[in-house]
Ligand binder design. Sequence first.
Ligand code: KOT
Length: 833
Amino acid sequence: VEASIPEPQRAAWSRNQIQSFTDKDGFEKEVVRHVETTLARSMFNCDESAAYSATSLAFRDRLIKDWNKTQQRQTYRDTKRVYYLSLEFLMGRALDNAMLNVGLKDAAKGGLADLGFRIEDIIGQEHDAALGNGGLGRLAACFLDSLASLNYPAWGYGLRYRYGIFKQEIIDGYQVEVPDYWLDFNPWEFPRHDVTVDIQFFGHVSKTTKDDGKTAAIWEGGEIVQAVAYDVPIPGYDTPTTNNLRLWSSKASGGEFDFQKFNNGDYESSVAEQQRAETISAVLYPNDNLERGKELRLKQQYFWVAASLYDIVRRFKKSKRGWNEFADQVAIQLNDTHPTLAIVELQRILLDIEGLEWDVAWDIVTKTFGYTNHTVLPEALEKWPVGLVQYLLPRHLQIIYDINLYFLQTVEKAFPKDRDMLTRVSIIEESQPKMVRMAHLAIVGSHKVNGVAELHSDLIKTTIFKDFVEVYGPDKFTNVTNGITPRRWLHQANPRLSELIASKCGGNGFLKDLTQLNRLEAHAKDAAFRREWAEIKYANKVRLAKHIKNVTGVTVNPAALFDVQVKRIHEYKRQQLNIFGVIHRYLTLKGMSVEERKKQLPRVSVFGGKAAPGYWMAKQIIHLINAVGSVINKDEEIGDLLKVIFLEDYNVSKAEMICPASDLSEHISTAGTEASGTSNMKFVLNGGLIIGTCDGANIEITREIGESNIFLFGNLAEDVEDLRHAHNYGSHSIDSDLEKVFGTIESGTFGTPHDFSAMIAAVRHHGDYYLVSDDFHSYMETHRLVDESYRNQDEWVSKCITSVARMGFFSSDRCINEYADGIWNVEPLVVQE
Ligand code: KOT
């Protein structure tokens, strides 16, 4: 392309290139320029919000140039690209990340100081981009960071929800949901009103005969909704590679609204149609690890998947290659089953629109897709009623039936006369009503299926996908243990620790090759180093203590052991076990003499996390935590020895403050239920120890950092089934200490006992599905070990340093390289600048 441009024109282009700022003075000029022109304000009238806007715009200008070049480079080299399809991207804030990635945070700090601002206050102005629920969405965000930092040609595709995950307020101890309208001013997105795709819903299918005498399906009628692209630049760390996250927004296809109707005086229905279309991308479903089968959710899925595939296919076609090269140019990763319709949509495009034969098309499809499973919880496994799919996507249902037919034929050949096998693996569940099993469709349509931690990947092979291992053999199933980006979760969240680490690891290289952390190990017993380390942890705790004081009014002692459990509230994650443990600790303290109490170690139990709005039991758990806190925090006999804090509205930016301030964090899911967990990695990387069950990535963390550096407790995954069976069919005796806790709750110590009776009944009378009573004793014993261990601060800090030194494996860079090698077959695009 470049060669075809006449020389004088090219010269004019290059002499007029906009120069990006490279230092403090240049940055200041850009800020003032943006305040005075883009924002049309005077510097006399520049508050923190305007300073945030102008700073973001200045950094955005820098990113745009790298972003454009990256896209040009990827187009020009035309190598294989990765597409990461995820309904959730939990990005958090962008400004701090952008400043660090382009290496100009110090310049911005100095420049803002000159202009009269503190950089922390300006960073704090930004609203989190909260287009996700929890771990699954945050994993997608970490992956984008690694893909860009490692120079992979990669795109993320998602939905541009007008409302992200709700804001949580705690009122009288109860969760109240407030809508998260976040798009008022978002400098990090670029509307592409020229990039639109018409998406069809409903209608019917007819058959025609083509020129060659073959029949083809035609999907006609129904309604059209327009998808509009919004692009978000994803800067890599210490590289010019800036990838693209494309989020689709829905809009009525007839423009603003139907003018015909409007002019005929039918205002209401013309506006109603527009609103119906816009509803598709209006709101993120606030459920974590739960699928409730709502029609609008299925509409969201198809809308996003169809727009993304249209875009991907359009880009492929520009290269003028044959379809036989599609899977050599395109890898698509399905983040859980939410985008599974992409498999059907690609088959439909190849078959109905491009006119390929079924087998040829299907071969391309299966080579293109990979599927990541993130959960084994039955309530989270997606199923859609056949009738709903038929009504919304009639052609897709036909294709699903055909996929299933051909699949079952091959299964029948391999397992003749095994009707049960066919019933079990079928994509269609023969229930009332019939259901489409999305995980089965995802497996059949992909060439690789992976779990997200070793235990989890083993579990899916032996439980929910066991039959598919028999059908396809074990090689189709693999493990890629999750990871986190050390840029955000260490360098950005904990700058002082990052700097201290850099001083011992030979610079910032560890941020791009986290295994270099092992150079720290030699310093674990160095007293001076330990002191510096402990001092940073203390400062981070002081910062959190201030925040706690600000938002709850409770004073906590930064010298106390900070014991933190922050994550979505879910029975399987067992916040109830934690709060029962806190009550037990309280009772123990109350039972002590004043002298004995003086010898006890002060603790602060910090909780945080959102409950899905419809998850009643999770909301009861929040209420109990707050009720317990309001009693204990006022108890003068107890004072500093125990405080219980519930931090409202836990999100990514709060996590960045909380993780560096924790001494101990809790990852205490019932064994076999938490597929991986990723906050466990964040806490250890920030120099905290963990108490946890043998579940998810805890197991691999233990293997890496050593058994003596983690507090493990509880029953193993392999024993869960028997224990559950025993609760239901044998006798279920409850630990006597736990009974005391229940008794205290029932005596009204924490308010109306009736409020909490369901939580107690779940353990006592309803089979204790999550094994709270089975693990309670070992949980409390292990907390005693924690106390003992914390008393020896030198040893504690050594454990922390050693653990950090051994965390190299858990970088999301390692995961992305594993996906690239083992699943996508893509290479980084080397940048020659
Ligand atoms: C499932 C359905 C809807 C919304 C979210 C999910 C979901 C979330 N399924 N698994 N997750 C979590 O994914 C994380 C990233 O792999 C894991 O670390 C975590 O253990 C899963 O619970």
